[in-house]
Design a protein around this ligand. Structure first.
Ligand code: ADP
Ligand code: ADP
Length: 226
């Protein structure tokens, strides 16, 4: 079984923009996978469909074998999503944000508290646990969104441009953390427009341009061609 299987996926927005023109993609379980492409290529749309924030127009999407059409709740529970924009309540504390997130997935409160400590520590945010999210730097806010996405212990972590606007030092520590949790078994899919980032982290890669997958290969094979 694949972590992710996409077959003939199309998305046309109401505006008439054809964001995805029939993409096919598979991601192996345990993979570290990059979806690389320029702005406007369709990366966020793809992620939006996988995590059921965007309605697809056509095609099939299976998340850990669960169809998003027939088995949406199971599919959603397999995914932890780190969106591009900060979408938490800026006035809540870090602890509240992550514990409440676990609550949405039915995680009992005492377990949620243990996980909050574990992930806030791993992401070097524990000292800030009682601070309101608005007091964090941009890099810290990105890490908070990663901690939040892990609270229901998903099989797949999906990150949309996770290091956009993050300085190089924080970027490196985020990379180290993502590698570590990938080694522990979680499948990671990220979008990026930096080849360097994909090169640093990923085993397999798909390149998307104008709503079409133009390359889908191992990172090694891609680099040997460049
Ligand atoms: P759907 O087809 O999934 O229902 P819509 O076409 O209704 O999506 O668009 C969702 C929202 O995104 C709308 O409010 C729309 O104004 C907004 N939107 C339109 N164009 C863009 C764009 N290029 N990038 C981001 N958001 C956009
Ligand atoms: P990327 O993440 O690679 O930058 P997107 O998936 O955001 O690409 O966008 C793909 C195309 O779809 C672009 O032309 C973008 O303007 C358009 N688009 C994205 N979101 C919307 C929306 N909500 N409504 C209409 N058009 C959109």
């Amino acid at each position: 079984m694949y972590a992710l299987e996409i077959d003939g996926l199309k998305k046309t927005y109401k505006s008439g923009v054809q964001a995805l023109k029939g993409i096919n993609l598979t991601v192996e379980q345990g993979d570290f996978f990059a979806l690389l492409g320029p702005n406007g290529a369709g990366k966020s749309t793809t992620i939006g469909v996988i995590s059921s924030l965007v309605n697809k127009s056509e095609g099939k999407v299976l998340v850990s074998g669960h169809s998003i059409d027939d088995d949406l709740i199971a599919a959603k529970s397999c995914i932890g999503l780190v969106p591009q924009e900060f979408n938490f309540n800026q006035f809540e504390t870090l602890q509240q944000i992550v514990v409440n997130q676990a609550g949405y997935y039915g995680v009992p409160r005492h377990i949620a508290k243990e996980r909050a400590e574990k992930y806030l520590k791993q992401l070097e945010l524990w000292d800030k646990r009682n601070s309101p999210a608005r007091s964090l730097s941009g890099g810290m806010k990105r890490r908070l969104m990663i901690a939040r996405a892990l609270m229901h212990e998903p099989k797949i972590l999906i990150l949309d441009e996770p290091t956009a606007g993050v300085d190089i030092e924080i970027r490196r520590s985020m990379w180290t953390f993502l590698k570590k949790i990938n080694e522990q078994g979680i499948t990671i899919i990220l979008t990026t427009h930096y080849l360097e980032e994909a090169e640093m982290l990923c085993r397999n890669i798909a390149i998307i341009d104008k709503g079409t997958i133009v390359e889908n290969t191992s990172m090694k094979a891609l680099l040997s061609k460049l």
